[in-house]
Design a binder for this molecule. Structure first.
Ligand code: HEM
Length: 499
C-alpha cells in the first residue's frame, strides 16, 4: 500500500514537472509584434538612423511595412507611416498616447520634462499649456501683435532694400531667423535682444540648444554606454548652454519683477500677474515660468523661420509659382508699398503656397508619443513605454495619398480641397494632432503669410550661383530631426517694380 502511494506521488510530481512548461506555453500567449528589421546586439537599430532619420525610417518602412518595430538599444520603438494608425494614435487612443518620451537633452534643458512641450499629460500640464495659449497664442492675442509683426517685417525689408541698392547678397536664412526671434523676444520679454545691438546672442543660444533635442544619446537607450556621452563632453556642453540661457531668462524675469508694471506689457508681466493670484489651483514658481519662456523660444523661432526658408527655396526653384504668387499679391495689395494683414487674408494662392511648403518640408517631420498603457494597433500588441514615432514626413509624401507627383512642389494641388493641417486629418499633420497638437498654428501662419507676401511683392530673387553654375537653390537638409536647410539661402534681392 505504501509503495503504491509513493509511486502515485512520484508519477504526479513527474507529470507536473513535464506538463508545467507546456501549460505555461498554452496559457501565456506571446504578444503579436509588428515586423522588425534585423538588428545588432546591444545597439539594436541605432546605427541605421543616419543623418536624416525621417528619410531612413521611410525607406525601412517601404520594406517592413507602415507599422514596424525597431529597437534603439534596449528600447522598443514603433514607427508609424500610415494615416489609419496615425488616426488611431492621435484620435481614438489619444489619451493613452498623450505623453512623450524623455531624453538626456530634455532632462538638462527642461528639468526632466516638466514643461509644455515635453511634460506628462495631466492637470498641471493642462494648466501650463493653457497659460501659453490664453496669454500668447490664442486668436485674440495673435491679432493684438499685428503692429509688432508689421514693424519687424519692415525692419527686414529695409535690410533687403539696402542689399538691393548695393547689389550685394544676403543670408536670407539668417534674416528670417532674426525676424522670428525678434518677434518672440518682443512679445515675451518686451524688447529685442540681439548681438547686432550689443546684447546677448539669444538667437544663437536658442538655436544651439534646440539642436540637442534632435540628437540621439547613447545613454538614453543603452544606460551601460552613457559614459560615451560623458567622455565626448556633450553633457557638459549642454549644461553650459543651459546655464547661460537660464541666467539670461532669470535676469529678464527679475527685471520685470523690479519694474512692477501696473499694466502688463508683455508675456512675462502677464505670467507674473497670474503668479500673484494665490486663489488659483495651479501655482507656479520662477523655474516654471522660465520653462514656459524656453518653450516659446524653442518651439516658436526656428520652426516658422525654417518654413519660410523652405517656401522661398521652392518658389525660387519654381519661377512659375513665384510669378503666380506675385500676380495674386499685386492684385490684392494695390495701395501701399507693404502688404497688410487684411490683404493677406484674401489671398488663396498664398495659402496654397504655404500649405505645400508645410507638406513637403515639415519642420518637425517626426512626432513622438509614449503610450501609458498596453494598446492594440492593427492587431499588434504595443506595450506601455514603447517609444512611438509617427513619420509625418512620409505621410505627407505618400503617392497613395497625394498622387504620383507627391514629391513635387505643386501648390495648385490644394485648390478646392478641404484637407487641412489643423490636426483634423491624419494624412497631413505638420503641426501634429490630438492633445499634443501645436498651439502655435495661428501665431505662425499669420506671420509666415505676411512675411512671405512682403518678400515676394517687394523683391525679385536671384541665387548666388554655386560652384557648378547652379542657379536654383538646392534641397539639401541639415542632419537631425528638425528639417531645416543644410546650407543657408544666400540670395540677391532686387526691387520689384509694380504698376
Ligand atoms: C511652422 C511653424 C510650426 C510648426 C511646423 C510647428 C510644429 C509643431 C509640431 C509638429 C508639434 C508637435 C505636435 C504633436 O506632437 O502632435 C508642435 C508642438 C508645439 N508647438 Fe509648434 N510648430 C510651429 C510653430 C509654433 C509656434 C510659433 C509656437 C509658439 C510660439 C509653437 C508652440 C508649440 C508648443 C508649445 C508645442 C507643444 C505642444 C504640446 O506638447 O502639447 N509652435 N509644433
Amino acid at each position: 500500500m505504501e509503495m503504491i502511494l509513493i509511486s502515485l506521488c512520484l508519477t504526479t510530481l513527474l507529470a507536473f514537472l513535464f506538463l508545467k512548461p507546456l501549460l505555461k506555453r498554452i496559457t501565456t500567449t506571446k504578444p503579436k509584434l509588428p515586423p522588425s528589421p534585423w538588428r545588432l546586439p546591444v545597439i539594436g537599430n541605432l546605427h541605421q538612423l543616419g543623418p536624416n532619420p525621417h528619410r531612413y525610417l521611410h525607406s525601412l518602412s517601404l520594406r517592413y511595412g507602415p507599422l514596424m518595430l525597431l529597437h534603439f538599444g534596449r528600447v522598443p520603438v514603433l514607427v508609424v507611416s500610415c494615416p489609419d494608425v496615425t488616426n488611431d494614435i492621435m484620435k481614438t487612443h489619444d489619451l493613452k498616447f498623450a505623453n512623450r518620451p524623455k531624453s538626456k537633452a530634455i532632462n538638462i534643458f527642461m528639468e526632466g520634462g516638466r514643461d509644455i512641450i515635453f511634460g506628462p499629460y495631466g492637470e498641471d500640464w493642462k494648466s501650463m499649456k493653457s497659460l501659453g495659449v490664453v496669454h500668447l497664442l490664442n486668436n485674440k492675442m495673435v491679432r493684438s501683435f499685428e503692429n509688432l509683426r508689421e514693424e519687424e517685417i519692415k525692419v527686414m525689408t529695409e535690410k533687403l532694400e539696402e542689399a538691393s541698392s548695393s547689389s550685394s547678397s544676403v543670408n536670407l536664412s539668417k534674416l528670417l531667423m532674426t525676424l522670428t526671434n525678434d518677434i518672440i523676444c518682443r512679445i515675451t520679454l518686451g524688447r529685442k535682444y540681439n548681438v547686432e545691438e550689443g546684447g546677448i546672442d539669444i538667437k544663437n543660444l536658442v538655436m544651439t540648444s534646440s539642436e540637442f533635442f534632435g540628437k540621439f544619446f547613447f545613454g538614453d537607450f543603452i544606460p551601460s554606454l552613457a559614459w560615451i556621452d560623458w567622455i565626448s563632453g556633450i553633457d557638459d556642453k549642454m549644461k553650459d548652454i543651459n546655464n547661460k540661457l537660464d541666467c539670461f531668462l532669470d535676469s529678464m524675469v527679475q527685471e520685470h519683477v523690479d519694474a512692477d508694471h501696473k499694466e502688463p506689457s508683455d508675456f512675462i508681466d502677464m505670467l507674473l500677474l497670474i503668479q500673484k493670484d494665490k486663489t488659483k489651483r495651479f501655482q507656479f514658481d520662477r523655474s516654471d515660468l522660465i520653462l514656459i519662456l524656453k518653450d516659446m523660444f524653442f518651439s516658436g523661432t526656428a520652426t516658422t523661420a525654417s518654413q519660410l526658408e523652405w517656401t522661398m527655396t521652392e518658389l525660387m526653384r519654381h519661377p512659375e509659382c513665384m510669378k503666380k504668387l506675385q500676380d495674386e499679391i499685386n492684385s490684392f495689395s494695390t495701395h501701399n508699398l507693404n502688404v497688410t494683414e487684411k490683404e493677406v487674408e484674401k489671398m488663396n494662392y498664398l495659402h496654397c503656397v504655404i500649405k505645400e511648403g508645410l507638406r513637403l518640408h515639415p519642420s518637425g517631420p517626426l512626432l513622438f508619443r509614449l503610450p501609458s498603457q498596453n494598446v492594440q494597433l492593427k492587431g499588434y500588441d504595443i506595450s506601455a513605454g514603447t517609444h512611438v514615432i509617427i513619420n509625418a514626413w512620409a505621410l505627407q509624401r505618400n503617392p497613395a495619398i497625394w498622387g504620383l507627383d507627391a514629391n513635387e512642389y505643386r501648390p495648385e494641388r490644394h485648390f478646392g480641397t478641404n484637407l487641412d493641417f489643423n490636426g483634423t486629418d491624419s494624412k497631413f499633420v505638420p503641426f501634429g494632432a490630438g492633445r499634443r497638437l501645436c498651439p502655435g498654428i495661428g501665431f505662425s501662419l499669420v506671420l509666415s503669410k505676411l512675411a512671405l507676401a512682403n518678400l515676394v511683392k517687394r523683391f525679385n530673387w536671384r541665387l548666388k550661383v554655386g560652384p557648378v553654375g547652379d542657379d536654383k537653390p538646392d534641397l539639401a537638409e541639415a542632419s537631425g530631426i528638425d528639417v531645416c536647410r543644410k546650407f543657408p539661402l544666400i540670395v540677391f534681392p532686387s526691387i520689384a517694380h509694380t504698376h
